[in-house]
Write a protein that binds this ligand. Structure first.
Ligand code: NAP
Length: 349
């Protein structure tokens, strides 16, 4: 068993980490950290539990500590970070001196020597770890996963990108409120409403997707070479981001071929049989009214992205469009970090 800790354990994503890691075959939670507001309390007393499943008994009595490496036992090998970005920027490098940090926060994502990884998409970016340790003199290292809406989009684009020449992609998102944290969007702002702006989200989707589909050569990543434009919106759904995706290829498209390419997509996590890897990263639904967040977000424990309404786009040449749903705090956050850590555990540790 590998001892693991969770930084920011009392928050929305922190609770998902706890839920997914409960009874994990390889990882055991032995450390939980949060802000000084929570430090010194039993986890059960420090936390307002938001998830449908009950809080696991195994974490209730763990004493929450400050998010400081000196407070965390050095028996811990991996820390999962679900800290606010501004805090992560300061704290994650301190932890990386001695621990493996698998982070959800965006603070370190686009640093040149920090791998931004989706295990099914660009596992080879983990080669940056050696460079990072050499550059920074750390015994540990930081690995990040992308933003929640980027992960879902990129998982569906990867099989298409590998088989066809993509010219451009437009994506319009309808994102769940849990993506902003428990106190992120006031109910008065979102009930009976839609908020057509999520700070920094469009820029993240546009830059991270092209980076993830890019090529690593030594220490340099060359981005994928197609145009990508995102428009991001908050809707009154609790969990599960929906995205309307429009793809233009260089050549004519056969929609059945595209469907099969997505449906048959498998990669290293499936070959290695990693514990959290879904059998199929992308599922295709044929009904006209699917996918829907409430019905499809939990597919394969929330680790698969569901796509549907795959159809030719009659408005533009060589184009098709589809809708996808991905669970933003599972595949888009905690589950993504855990899958990164499972890949590292199997291939590097
Ligand atoms: P959240 O619910 O607000 O939780 C934040 C956590 O960080 C809590 O445990 C909080 O502890 C702790 N914290 C706050 N300030 C701190 C400080 N100064 N020092 C140490 N710990 C502190 O946020 P979240 O939704 O879980 O998001 C966490 C991170 O994941 C963010 O960077 C977010 O961008 C990223 N992310 C979220 C999603 C999503 O769908 N929610 C998806 C991808 C990535 P206290 O309880 O003690 O305040």
């Amino acid at each position: 068993m590998v001892n693991v800790g969770i930084l920011g354990a009392t928050g929305m994503v922190g609770q998902r980490f706890i839920q997914i890691l409960d009874k994990h075959p390889d990882f055991e939670i032995t450390a939980l950290t949060a802000s000084s507001r929570s430090a010194g309390k039993r986890y059960e007393d420090a936390t307002t539990w938001y998830l449908d499943d009950a809080m696991p008994d195994s974490v209730k009595d763990i004493i929450v500590t400050d998010t400081d490496p000196t407070e965390v036992s050095n028996n811990v090998e991996i820390v999962f970070s679900s800290l606010p970005t501004e805090n992560a920027a300061i704290v994650e490098p301190k932890f990386a001196k001695n621990y493996i940090v698998a982070s959800n926060a965006s603070a370190m994502r686009m640093k040149k020597d920090v791998p931004l990884v989706i295990p099914e998409v660009n596992p080879e970016f983990l080669d940056l770890i050696e460079i990072q340790q050499r550059n920074r003199g750390w015994d540990g290292f930081i690995v990040t996963n992308p933003n929640c809406s980027t992960i879902a989009l990129t998982l569906t684009l990867k099989p298409i990108y590998d088989s066809y020449d993509i010219n451009r992609v437009y994506v319009s998102t309808m994102q769940a409120v849990s993506g902003a944290g428990y106190n992120g969007v006031p109910s008065m702002a979102i009930v009976d409403n839609l908020v057509p702006y999520i700070g920094g989200e469009e820029e993240k989707m546009e830059s991270e997707t092209l980076h993830l589909l890019g090529t690593l050569d030594g220490s340099d990543v060359t981005n994928a070479n197609f145009g990508l434009s995102a428009s991001c919106h908050r809707v009154a759904v609790v969990d599960g981001h929906t995205e309307a995706v429009f793809v233009e290829l260089d050549n004519d498209v056969d929609i059945e071929d595209i469907k099969n390419t997505m449906k048959n997509f498998k990669s290293i996590p499936q070959d290695l049989n990693l514990h959290s890897a879904p059998k199929n990263p992308v599922l295709i639904r044929e009904e006209n009214d699917r996918p829907q967040p409430r019905m499809d977000r939990n597919t394969n424990n929330g680790m698969s992205v569901t796509a549907g309404r795959l159809r030719k786009d009659p408005a533009f040449e060589n184009s098709f469009k589809y809708i996808l749903v991905g669970h933003n705090t599972v595949r888009g956050a905690a589950g993504a970090s855990i899958l990164n850590a499972e890949l590292i555990n199997k291939t590097i540790l």
